[in-house]
Design a protein around this ligand. Structure first.
Ligand SMILES: Cc1cc2nc3c(=O)[nH]c(=O)nc-3n(C[C@H](O)[C@H](O)[C@H](O)COP(=O)(O)OP(=O)(O)OC[C@H]3O[C@@H](n4cnc5c(N)ncnc54)[C@H](O)[C@@H]3O)c2cc1C
Ligand code: FES
Length: 340
C-alpha cells in the first residue's frame, strides 16, 4: 500500500510525497525531486537523520549504532535511507527546504466569492486549478498574492485538505491592502496565486484530550482541523473556546454546530471581550479556561490568533503553572511584523 509522507522543513515549508510499498523515505523523496540530506545511503554516516513525529514504520536493520543509537531510535529519530513507512507519516527534516533544492510551490486558483460574512470578516472561496497538487496538513497556511501589488499575505486554510474549493477566513483590516482588494475589487473569476503550504501549526495524531483556543479569524485553521477530526471519526474529548472582540466578529457558528453534530466528543463555547457586548459570555479566552472539562496538564493544546491574544494565553498558562503535554501555536502577525 502506498503511504503519504509529510516532510516538514526547518523553515516551515512542507511537501507531501508518496512512498511505495517497501520503498525508503529517502528513495521516495528523490523520486519526487526532494533531495533530502544524505551521504552514504547505507545506514553508516547518520547524515539522513530526521525525526518521525507521527506514524508507524520499519527502522530497517542494516544501519550501525554510530549512525542511529537505540536511544535516538526510542526518541523517534530515524534514518530516512533505511526507514520504510508502514502508515502515513510526518517526518521533520532538520534543514531548510532550500537545502533540499525544494523550490517554493506555486498554485493557481480562481475566486468563487469574497463575501463579507460580517462587517469584520471576509470568507474567501477559491476554486483550485489542481486540488490534488496542493497537499497540506490541517492548520497550515499559504501566502496569497495581493493582485497588482507584488506583495503577498499569509492565510490559513479553513477548509480541509483535498477539497477542490479552498476557503479562508480573513479579518477585514481597515486600510489593509489585501482586505481592501477583497472588499472593493475582487470579483468571481479573478485569478490568484498562492505559495506554500507552510507552517508547523498542524494537527497531530489525537491520543489525549484536545483543547483548541481561537482568537478572531484564528478560528480558520481550527475549523480545518475539526473537519479532519470529524472525517476521522475522532471520539476523544475536543474542547474549543472561541474568543472575539465584538459580537459582529463571531462567524461560522453554524459550521461549528454542524461539526458538533458530527464529532461526539466536541464541545465549543464563545466569548466576547467587549464588556458592552450582547453575548452572554464576556471576557477573554483566558477567563474561561476553568470551563474546560479535562486536566490542562494532560491535554494537547492548539492556540491561534493575533499576537497579543497568543501571548496573553501563554502568560496565563505560565502564571498558573499549566503545561499541556504538547503545545502548538500560531500568531497571525501583520506582514510588517513578520518581515521585521
Ligand atoms: C502564519 C500566518 C497566518 C495567517 N493567517 C491568517 C488568517 O487565516 N486569517 C487572517 O485574517 N489573517 C491571517 N494572518 C494575517 C494576514 O497575513 C494579514 O497580516 C492580515 O490579513 C492583514 O493584511 P492586509 O493586507 O489586509 O493588511 P496590511 O496592508 O498588511 O496592513 C495594513 C495596516 O493594518 C495593520 N494590521 C494588519 N493586520 C492587523 C490586525 N490583525 N490588527 C490590527 N492591525 C493590523 C498593519 O500593521 C498595517 O499598519 C496570518 C498571518 C500569519 C503570519
Ligand atoms: S545517508 Fe548515511 S545513514 Fe542514511
Amino acid at each position: 500500500m502506498t503511504h503519504r509522507i509529510a516532510l516538514t522543513f526547518e523553515d516551515g515549508a512542507t511537501r507531501i510525497i508518496t512512498c511505495n510499498p517497501g520503498e525508503t523515505v529517502l528513495d521516495a523523496a528523490y523520486r519526487q525531486q526532494v533531495n533530502l540530506p544524505m551521504d552514504c545511503s547505507d545506514g553508516v554516516c547518520g547524515t539522513c537523520k530526521c525525526r518521525c513525529e507521527q506514524g508507524s514504520y520499519d527502522l530497517g536493520d542494516d544501519y550501525i549504532d554510530d549512525a542511529l543509537s537505540a536511544d535516538e531510535a526510542g526518541e523517534g529519530l530515524v534514518l530516512t535511507c533505511q526507514m520504510v513507512p508502514a502508515s502515513d507519516c510526518i517526518v521533520a527534516v532538520p534543514v531548510p527546504s532550500q537545502a533540499c533544492k525544494l523550490a517554493p510551490a506555486t498554485h493557481e486558483a480562481t475566486v468563487i466569492a469574497a463575501e463579507l460574512v460580517s462587517e469584520s470578516t471576509i470568507l474567501l472561496r477559491l476554486a483550485l486549478d489542481q486540488p490534488e497538487a496542493l497537499a497540506f496538513l490541517p492548520g497550515q497556511y499559504v501566502n496569497l498574492s495581493v493582485p497588482g501589488t507584488g506583495e503577498s499575505r499569509s492565510y490559513s486554510f479553513s477548509s480541509k485538505p483535498g477539497a477542490a474549493e479552498a476557503r479562508f477566513l480573513i479579518r477585514n483590516v481597515p486600510g489593509g491592502r489585501m482586505s481592501r482588494w477583497l472588499v472593493e475589487t475582487a470579483q468571481p473569476g479573478d485569478r490568484l496565486s498562492m505559495v506554500g503550504p507552510q507552517g508547523s501549526f498542524f494537527l497531530r495524531e489525537v491520543t489525549r484530550p484536545v483543547l483548541l483556543l481561537a482568537g478572531g479569524t484564528g478560528l480558520a485553521p481550527i475549523l480545518s482541523m475539526l473537519e479532519v477530526l470529524a472525517d476521522q471519526g475522532c471520539s476523544a474529548p475536543v474542547h474549543l473556546i472561541y474568543g472575539v472582540t465584538q459580537d459582529r466578529d463571531l462567524v461560522e457558528t453554524d459550521r461549528l454546530e454542524a461539526l458538533a453534530a458530527r464529532l461526539p466528543g466536541f464541545v465549543w463555547s464563545a466569548c466576547v471581550s467587549n464588556p458592552d457586548a450582547g453575548h452572554p459570555h464576556k471576557g477573554y479566552v483566558t477567563d474561561h479556561l476553568d470551563t474546560v472539562p479535562f486536566d490542562l496538564g494532560q491535554c494537547d493544546l492548539y492556540l491561534c490568533g493575533p499576537p497579543p491574544m497568543v501571548e496573553a494565553v501563554r502568560a496565563t498558562l505560565r502564571d498558573r503553572g499549566l503545561a499541556p503535554v504538547h503545545f502548538h501555536y500560531e500568531k497571525f502577525a501583520p506582514t510588517e511584523m513578520v518581515a521585521a
